[in-house]
Design a protein. Sequence first.
Length: 124
Amino acid sequence: LAGVLAGLDWAAEQGAESIVTAAADTPFFPCDLVPRLLLAADDMAHPLALAATPDAKRGTARHPTFGLWPVVLRDDLRSALAGGLRKVVLWTERHDGREALFPDEAAFFNVNTPEDLAKAEAMV
């Protein structure tokens, strides 16, 4: 969340209304990430959405490093971090964050180990 806050602070200096985050270790994330995040939060005063995929056990699995974050909520995020909050989903739920549903969980496969890298290379 501290990285999101840094991005929001920078975006505020640029006059932007929101930012989109994506994990650098996730090489196959969907090309339509941004439009789908925007669509999920379309009718919100302060659009906030996270990517999600179907999950047999939980219904959906959120991918909180992939999100649409409104600049206007940065001071609240700063306060939450100062208060010790570290769970992305807890903060987004406070603000009625939406889920942008993507059908393919493999699109959010991330590479953290040499074995993951080999698996990713086999996927291309």
